[in-house]
Design a protein around this ligand. Structure first.
Ligand code: TPP
Ligand code: DXP
Ligand code: MG
Length: 615
């Protein structure tokens, strides 16, 4: 009999025997492997928390006792146990269930943000709320990984939690000694020493854990795959009514990941039909990350002053080869983007040229550091923002759709958006050559498309399509070039002359674009970024400042949180695919452009505005 089918909520777990629980754990692992094989997802992290999640939901009364999952990538088991087994086959699909907690899916889900190291802060806030509302029987539970614990916010929260001995918070530390790769740093080494205790079981006060030193209780280390031991320890933690860390030792990928200790990232995040499922799977297409990784390794051979910084994502951001060749010049700082950026400022002050490689969405976290630790000092730091734009299945907090809007506000920063692998290589070289201040390269999560050659150049602008007597100027940002060029061809077949230009360096806006715009009747900007405050806004501002009245139609991602889905689907939804672009431009033409004179819509708007003022 399949026990999982009988679980409709945590209460159903509490009547199961230990033998039932062991069988249920096996059933869950099978469902995880069979599903992720098709959908892709975080197989390794979820295989590692099967028993831990069972024990959690038997001991605590979710959602009265909120369970806050740090990062949230390890909540597939939680979802299976909280009534979503029947929908699980639509994991990470548009219209299906998210790969992260989702409030709209369940009362048991609290935090939708997949940015790490936040759970303890939420738990601190929840515990304070229970205090004030006199809900003293409720327990705030935070579950976080050893990787997340290297993030600074955790220590800001611990500083507060440890200061209130009578305010219960249960911190379940899921220690599998890995982020993607083995977790780095002094905290990781401290946890390793604590894990050793289990071996020789020697306890002296000098052996106190970091957590005990700052006022928390510490229980463990406990085998995170032993359900009975986990339940005993979690009950002890719950009944303490104090802030307490339960140190669980687990194995990422348990039950499927290859046994080798150094296996790349222990199935942290796998695509559908990944080599883990089909070793003889089809050939891998080159990604933007591959193009970056190869070029930065070549540059590292040429430039001894080049160093690189990653925030616990060395392989995913493409620094593996650089790190293999020059391990002393590549720094993994843990899941600590703010520290990564300001540490890079220190590297630059010390006479080096650091390349900080982080995903666009995680760069948000280090805006203040980029603005006031790097740009204010005009330091030669190069940021390489991978996963820029709409990413896809990882949902709302993973889209890298904010960086152009953020960077538009940073004085002195120069931002390049390569349109293909060729321009990526060229722009990366230009970026690390530039010593007058910070530079940025941003590119999407995708396989890189065909090289798109320029037909001519005007200054540093690449002309991709030179329309005869063109009415419309399309300014294409980065990887949107392929769709813009295709849209131009479609419009030409409707006798609409279009010029497509790629500025290459998109911020600050190239003043030559004002001259080009003045020679056209409509400007359309196309960017894989939040439409508000991005490149289109910056260009419109430039035209206004230069007294160029050509109307601007800024196309980008609508300023809204995009759900999960395939990248192409989401771009089409924002009218950023070639045929929708062409149709949108035709509509803009019809509405805005009439022979000479004020455009009908502007007349209408002007009339309306005058009437309002008179009213
Ligand atoms: C601020 C931030 N940086 C980077 C990431 C990318 N990321 C997602 S999970 C992960 C590793 C998590 O390690 P850990 O917290 O130990 O959890 P585990 O996967 O081992 O269970 C990383 C680096 C992120 N989600 N948030
Ligand atoms: C959970 C997390 O933040 C990442 O692991 C996420 O899967 C995005 O990384 P990829 O784009 O490399 O899958
Ligand atoms: Mg870990």
């Amino acid at each position: 009999m399949c026990i999982l089918q009988t679980i409709h909520g945590p209460a159903d777990l509490r009547v199961l025997s230990q033998a039932d629980l062991v069988q249920l754990a096996d059933e869950i692992r099978s469902v995880l492997i069979d599903t992720v094989r098709r959908t892709g997802g975080h197989l390794g992290p979820n295989l590692g928390v099967v028993e831990l999640t069972l024990a959690l939901h038997r001991v605590f009364d979710s959602p009265t006792d909120p369970i806050i999952w740090d990062t949230g990538h390890q909540t597939y088991v939680h979802k299976l146990l909280t009534g979503r087994h029947s929908e699980f086959d639509r994991l990470r699909q548009r219209g299906g269930i998210s790969g992260y907690p989702s409030q709209s899916e369940s009362e048991h889900d609290f935090v939708e943000n997949s940015h790490a190291s936040t759970a303890l802060s939420y738990a601190d806030g929840l515990a304070k709320a229970f205090d004030i509302r006199k809900e003293s029987t409720r327990t705030a539970v935070a579950v976080l990984g050893d990787g997340a614990l290297t993030g600074g916010m955790c220590w800001e929260a611990l500083n507060n939690i440890g200061a209130e001995p009578n305010r219960p918070v249960v911190i379940v530390l899921n220690d599998n000694a890995r982020s993607y790769a083995p977790t780095v740093g002094a905290v990781a080494e401290h946890l390793a020493r604590l894990r050793m205790r289990r071996a020789n079981d020697s306890r002296t006060t000098s052996d106190e854990s970091l957590f005990e030193r700052i006022g928390l209780h510490y229980l463990g280390p406990v085998d995170g795959h032993d359900i009975a031991a986990m339940e005993r320890t979690l009950r002890q933690a719950r009944d303490l009514r104090r802030p307490v860390v339960v140190h669980c030792v687990t194995r990422k990928g348990k039950g499927y990941a290859p046994a080798e200790e150094n296996e790349a990232d222990r199935l942290h995040a796998v695509g559908p039909n990944a080599p883990a499922f089909a070793p003889s799977g089809g050939g891998k297409k080159q990604t933007w990350t591959d193009a970056f990784g190869e070029e930065i390794a070549r540059l590292a051979d040429e430039r001894a002053d080049l160093v690189a910084v990653t925030a616990a994502m060395l392989r995913p951001v493409g620094l593996s080869r650089f790190s293999r060749n020059y391990p002393e010049r590549v720094f993994d700082v843990g899941m600590a983007e703010q520290h990564a950026v300001t540490s890079a400022a220190g590297l630059a002050m010390g006479g080096l040229h650091p390349v900080v490689a982080i995903y666009s969405t995680f760069f948000n976290r280090a805006f203040d550091q980029a603005l006031l630790d790097v740009a204010l000092h005009r330091l030669p730091v190069t940021f390489v923002l991978d996963r820029a734009g709409v990413t896809g299945e990882d949902g709302p907090s993973h889209h890298g759709m904010w960086d152009l809007s953020i960077l538009h506000n940073v004085p002195g920063i120069r931002v390049a958006a390569p349109r293909d692998a060729d321009t990526l290589r060229a722009e990366l070289r230009e970026a690390v050559e530039y010593q007058g201040g910070p530079t940025v390269l941003r590119f999407p999560k995708a396989t890189v498309g065909p090289d798109i050659p320029a037909v001519s150049t005007i200054g540093t602008l690449d002309m991709l399509v030179s329309g005869k007597q063109s009415d419309v100027l399309i300014v294409s940002v980065g990887a949107m070039a392929e769709d813009c060029v295709t849209a131009a061809a479609q419009l030409a077949s409707h006798h609409i002359g279009v010029t497509v230009v790629d500025p290459r360096w998109v911020l600050p806006v190239n003043p030559l674009l004002a001259e080009l715009a003045a020679a056209h009747r409509l400007v359309v900007t196309v960017e894989d970024n939040n439409r508000a405050g991005g490149f289109g806004t910056a260009l419109a501002q430039l035209l206004h400042d230069r007294g160029v009245h050509t109307p601007v139609c800024a196309l980008g991602i609508p300023p809204a949180f995009l759900a999960a889905g395939k990248r192409k689907e989401l771009l089409a939804g924002a009218e950023l695919s070639a045929d929708l672009l062409a149709r949108r431009i035709q509509r803009e033409m019809a509405e805005r452009l009439v022979p000479g004179g004020l455009l009908p819509r502007q007349q209408q708007l002007a009339g309306k505005r005058i009437a309002e003022v008179r009213a």
